[in-house]
Design a protein around this ligand. Structure first.
Ligand SMILES: [Fe+2]
Length: 193
């Protein structure tokens, strides 16, 4: 299992380096690797979870975005499944993991889903609060005004926080980072002391 996951990971890293992928300069280092470390830490709190599934989901969940940005969700489900089977994962297992990613993408009733989906969704949501993720939005959209960019950041941060982050342990750990981001994007407190 570990070898297959490694093989898929290497495939994704290679795909990320394609200059046609808009986030090619930073996606592995500042999203996928941060997410991998974070999910493995959170798995320690849930001994019942299947770490291999979570680990594979880290490298799979944005697959469509990497290879076909404009049809990303559909692409993950179709090409992602095809690639998993091609690499050597069993069909039934591949379908299960693809279905987990689908639930994650829909962002509905995540808290009622499997622990692997809850860990992935929560960690994906807060991973954006680590490193330059929100600054990169500014870097990649130089034609927008700073007010628009601030608004975009707030919208993205709130969507992640409210729909994706379902595990209380994750929310608690990242609350301060979330509040600071909102402050940087215009939610200035009336009092500081
Ligand atoms: Fe992601």
């Amino acid at each position: 299992m570990k070898e297959l996951i490694q093989k898929f990971k290497e495939h994704v890293i290679e795909k990320c380096s394609n200059p046609e992928f808009i986030h090619n300069k930073w996606f592995v280092k500042y999203h996928l690797e941060i997410l991998e470390n974070l999910t493995m830490e959170v798995c320690d709190f849930y001994p019942e979870c299947d770490r291999d599934i979570v680990s594979l989901m880290v490298w799979l969940h944005d697959y469509g975005k990497i290879i076909n940005f404009n049809n990303q969700y559909e692409e993950t489900l179709t090409s992602g499944l095809k690639k998993l089977i091609e690499i050597g994962f069993e069909k039934q297992f591949s379908e299960k993991v693809i279905n987990y990613v689908n639930i994650m993408d829909k962002k509905v009733d995540i808290e009622k889903s499997s622990i692997e989906v809850q860990i992935m969704s929560s960690c994906d949501g807060v991973s954006h609060l680590v490193g330059p993720f929100f600054n990169l939005w500014w870097h990649e959209n130089p034609n927008k005004t700073f007010e628009e960019l601030m608004k975009d950041n707030v919208k993205k941060a709130m969507k992640d926080w409210n729909k994706k982050v379902v595990l209380p342990i994750v929310k608690e750990k990242f609350q301060v980072r979330y509040d600071i981001l909102l402050e940087k994007c215009g939610k200035i407190p009336d009092k500081f002391f």
